[in-house]
Write a protein that binds this ligand. Structure first.
Ligand code: FAD
Length: 388
């Protein structure tokens, strides 16, 4: 890969590839344990939602690899994942006290214990949080449904990717839109490249019937394009900064289970290795004029999360939803938490949902795993070059 690792990643991101590799190597074991913990491994989503953008009933994915195993034996789940504690899976009535977001309170309601009446607030969301409470939503164990090669492709997936890239089409009358446009593109391309890395890293070799890394596929999808590799690092920096920014609030979390202290200490050991200089979000939307640009950015990113409902491969849709929700949460934290205004900051943090937090950490894990895989592929590539 033609990347100089001592160079900075660029566009509002002042750390080098090497520095991110070092951070990643340090936090990888704890992050992996964290996303395998009972609290972080379950995600709720609606796999049956109609695609809202085009009429498309013809798509399907017949491979076994496209399927998602959903949780059906509820009795074996920890207490805080039981339907009644979740507020009723088959119950969409989250509009308690007139506020749809009541269930979303973060610090005191992470375990969905009780709800208090927070009045309606402006929509700060970069994704549709209503999905988590939909009565058709299913609960999925992410560790039982790894992100890997599924065989999904052709016109269907191309259509999805081109619709996503088309969202990056800001009007030209905004000052500073170049940086925002660049950031939007890098986020989407980094997501695309990270998916490409995972499907190459966990690829089904049809001759041996074994799953494993496929170097040629990785090079064709990601490795031969330094900008795509760089965009994965960029996304890592974005999500890392969002986690760094909510660090002061994490100490107050209650994970409602016997392993509470373990989970908290894993979070602490991941987040304490992150540094505020990893990403400078303040350069993106700096002044009053930028606030409409920010609204535009938010709406467009929300569309990207909704486009996931058009993905016909359930496994791909699952990980697409997790990751776009994770980025949406990261963007909300970065751009809506105003460090000057304590009340506004508290308001954004209070309204984060359990699912947004789960998506945020799992997205960070996906990027962390991608970076680990990129370094492994680099070794495989060098060995291959030396042996020829
Ligand atoms: P695609 O990856 O479909 O790309 C289309 C075009 O976009 C390329 O020709 C190229 O010009 C451009 N492009 C490619 N990568 C980038 C990039 N990083 N930045 C900028 N431009 C780029 N498949 C799986 O096997 N497992 C999965 O888990 C999975 N998850 C998916 C999730 C989503 C949301 C979507 C939309 C697709 C998913 N897919 C998954 C399918 C996978 O992403 C590819 O679309 C598929 O493998 C076909 O690849 P392709 O080579 O035809 O090009």
């Amino acid at each position: 890969c033609k990347i100089n690792k001592d160079e900075v990643i660029g566009s509002t991101c002042d750390v080098t590839f090497k520095e991110i590799n070092e951070i990643n190597a340090k936090i990888r074991p704890d992050l992996l344990s964290l996303v395998h913990s009972d609290f972080f491994k379950y995600f709720k989503l609606n796999l049956y939602k109609q695609c809202p953008f085009w009429n498309d009933n013809n798509g399907y994915c017949v491979n076994r690899a496209c399927a998602v195993d959903v949780i059906e034996d509820w009795e074996n789940l920890p207490e805080y994942w039981q339907p009644e504690v979740l507020g009723g899976l088959a119950d969409e009535s989250v509009e308690v006290d007139g506020s749809k977001d009541d269930e979303c309170a973060f610090l005191d309601q992470l375990c969905d214990k009780g709800r208090n009446g927070i009045p309606d607030q402006p929509d700060f969301n970069y994704c549709d949080v209503g999905d988590f409470h939909n009565n058709e939503s299913v609960l999925v164990d992410l560790t039982a449904n790894p992100e890997r090669f599924t065989g999904y492709g052709g016109d269907q997936s191309s259509q999805i990717w081109s619709s996503i890239y088309r969202e990056n089409c800001f009007s030209s009358d905004h000052e500073g839109q170049c940086l925002a446009k660049d950031a939007f593109y890098r986020l989407v391309s980094g997501l695309h490249a990270s998916i490409g890395t995972h499907l190459s890293n966990d690829y089904l070799n049809t001759e041996t019937a074994k799953w494993g890394p496929n170097l040629d596929l990785f090079m064709a999808r990601v490795g031969n394009f330094p900008d795509r590799v760089a965009n994965i690092y960029f996304n890592y920096a974005v999500v890392a900064k969002a986690l760094w920014k909510i660090q002061p609030y994490l100490a107050h979390l209650d994970f409602c289970n016997a392993y509470h202290e373990d989970v908290k200490s894993m979070i602490e050991s991941v987040v304490s290795n992150l540094d505020s200089k990893i990403f400078n979000e303040n350069l993106l939307f700096q002044d009053q004029i930028s606030s409409s640009l920010k609204d535009n950015f938010r709406t467009r990113f929300k569309n990207v999360t909704t486009i996931m409902d058009c993905v016909h491969c359930d496994r791909c849709r699952l990980w697409g939803k997790v990751q776009t929700t994770g980025y949406a949460t990261g963007l909300k934290i970065l751009f809506e938490i105003d460090s000057e205004d304590e009340a506004a900051r508290q308001n954004v943090v209070d309204k984060l949902t359990k699912y947004e937090l789960i998506a945020l950490f799992n997205t960070f894990d996906r990027l962390s795993k991608s970076i680990e895989s990129i370094n492994n592929f680099e070794k495989m590539y060098n060995e291959k070059v030396q042996s020829t």
